[in-house]
Design a protein around this ligand. Structure first.
Ligand code: FES
Ligand code: FES
Length: 206
């Protein structure tokens, strides 16, 4: 039990106050609602790490808007989104390319933003979870996740949804086995896999 607790704290090192807060949540839908607050609590990159030792200028389109940044060449796209552009919807889980929480779309292709340097994204079109909806109108994949109750705590959900949108666009997922395999890079510690599968199947076959 201690091992499990320790492991969980490595991924979400925000202490007992967050854990007790989560236990008070009684509806699964709250996962999406609380995601921005979780991300603020999980801000693990000290501002000093984003300091300009090797500054580079980068201009990219993020969710349809032009963003010009002067950042250190070592800053990841994930940290640029969360710390520089104040878009905390993209989550930091492992920060090592192993969990998929940081998945965003670059020119429509899903990538792990924790493994991508922001400096490599010059001229690229980035879509994050914040950019999928149109105003009050959710993206069909977001609607499907809600309909199928495809999340619990919601921490992995932005990455799952971005990955699912990319997956459908790829057009390769025809069977349950395919979808499971092609979504295997997105880990859900709450184990909502069957519901995630159901949500993707609905969109895949729509
Ligand atoms: Fe886990 Fe990027 S944060 S893969
Ligand atoms: Fe909690 Fe996936 S819904 S980690």
């Amino acid at each position: 039990m201690d091992d499990l607790q320790n492991e969980g704290e490595q991924l979400t090192p925000v202490g007992s106050s967050r854990r007790s807060f989560l236990t008070q949540l009684t509806v699964a839908g709250a996962g999406l609602t609380i995601a921005p607050y979780l991300s603020k609590a999980n801000t693990s990159v000290p501002t000093s790490e984003l300091s300009l030792i090797q500054p580079v200028n980068v201009t990219m389109m993020v969710n349809g808007g032009k963003q010009s940044l002067t950042i250190d060449s070592r800053v990841t796209l994930l940290d640029a989104l969360r710390e520089k552009l104040q878009m905390p919807g993209t989550k930091k889980g492992c920060d090592h390319g192993q969990c998929g929480a940081c998945t965003v779309l670059v020119n429509g292709r899903r990538i792990n933003s924790c493994l991508t340097l922001a400096a490599m994204c010059e001229g690229e079109e980035i879509t994050t979870i914040e950019g999928l909806a149109h105003g009050e109108q959710l993206h069909p994949m977001q609607e499907a996740f809600i309909k199928h109750d495809a999340f619990q705590c919601g921490y992995c959900t932005p990455g799952q949804i971005c990955s699912a949108v990319g997956l459908v666009k790829e057009g390769h997922a025809k069977t349950d086995v395919d979808i499971r395999e092609l979504m295997s890079g997105n880990i859900c510690r709450c184990g909502a896999y069957q519901n995630i599968l159901d949500a993707i199947k609905e969109i895949q076959t729509a």
